[in-house]
Write a protein that binds this ligand. Structure first.
Ligand code: G4P
Length: 289
């Protein structure tokens, strides 16, 4: 099953990005460090392919630090440049400027040779909704009070944003890929990037629990006071134990899977299982000898 959606405002936003591309030196894609692959927008990547890119793995405070490091290495191996950030608590203007300047070294020296004015570096910032793009933009511009949590397609009009390094940012509305695989949708639903009602909530909760039982079984058994070996049981059985522990039962004592799923999702999003990266980094290829 794949989920296909492309409301009109998404098309409009894509067109806007296409038009603005000629104004920028490079692109900056914001992804969620907990799902570095599923939070990418491949279509925008293709649309902006002529420009050099920096991938910002945002929400690093919510992801497993070792996994984030592995992801950065894996992306580097593919010739991509990535930086992990926490947009809520950091203003990585200098680090971003340095990375951008390194990537643009050739263009900058050509510019100098032609004795053109050494102007600031211009970056187009894009990312899927909920990746933290507004938070990042606000942090970089110093306007911490500006509204975040914009709904997809309704981000403020495109405008240049000044930062305290020699960087200008061009914001874009958050855009989801046109087509989402079921797997990608589930990852995006777990992190709250797409609404919980896009897929049945109990399916999202079941999928999340299955992942957690592989990635952090002890965190699950501790959270719901389950027997130590409970984490080794099949997912449905564990879900039922969690339902009983959390009182998620329907009249007549039947399991309320929807409520159990909602509890699991809330606990994951509020870091009650600790910092977890749901999508593991691809195994690094050994360099050929
Ligand atoms: P967007 O523009 O890409 O759609 O995302 P936005 O900045 O609105 O951020 C989405 C949510 O993610 C916000 O939480 C924001 O505070 C949070 N967030 C952004 N960057 C980080 C980060 O680096 N670390 C952490 N921990 N959180 C971050 P929210 O307003 O509570 O929304 P929600 O989580 O309830 O959807």
């Amino acid at each position: 099953m794949s989920i296909n959606w492309y409301p009109g405002h998404m098309k409009k936003a894509t067109d806007e990005i296409r038009q603005k591309l000629s104004l920028v030196d490079l692109c900056c894609e914001i992804r969620d460090a907990r799902i570095p692959s599923s939070s990418a927008n491949e279509a925008l990547r293709l649309l902006t392919a002529k420009k050099k890119h920096i991938i910002l793995l945002n929400k690093k405070d919510m992801a497993d630090a070792k996994e984030t490091e592995k992801w950065i290495q894996a992306l580097q191996q593919k010739g991509q440049t990535a930086l992990a950030i926490n947009a809520v608590h950091e203003r990585p203007a200098k680090a971003l400027y340095d990375l951008a300047a390194t990537l643009l070294a050739e263009e900058q020296s050509k510019r100098k040779e032609q004795s053109r004015i050494n102007r600031e570096i211009r970056l187009l910032v894009y990312g899927i909704p909920n990746s933290g793009k507004s938070t990042f933009i606000n942090a970089m511009s110093g306007k911490r009070s500006a509204a975040v949590g914009d709904r997809p397609g309704f981000t403020k009009q495109q405008q240049w944003i000044k930062t305290d390094a020699d960087l200008l940012l061009l914001d874009t509305p958050g855009i989801l890929p046109k087509k989402l695989t079921e797997r990608q949708s589930l990852f995006l639903a777990c992190t709250g990037a797409i609404r919980d009602d896009i897929l049945p909530l109990q399916d999202i909760g079941y999928w999340l629990l299955e992942l957690l039982l592989t990635l952090a079984p002890k965190a699950v058994t501790d959270r719901y006071s389950l027997a130590e070996n409970e984490g080794e049981r099949e997912t449905l059985g564990v879900m039922e134990s969690i339902a009983r522990y959390t009182g998620s039962l329907l009249r007549g004592g039947e399991i309320d899977y929807t409520r159990t799923a909602a509890i699991l999702l809330d606990d994951f999003r509020k870091l009650r299982f600790g910092r977890i990266t749901l999508e593991s980094a691809p195994i690094a290829q050994k360099d050929e000898e």
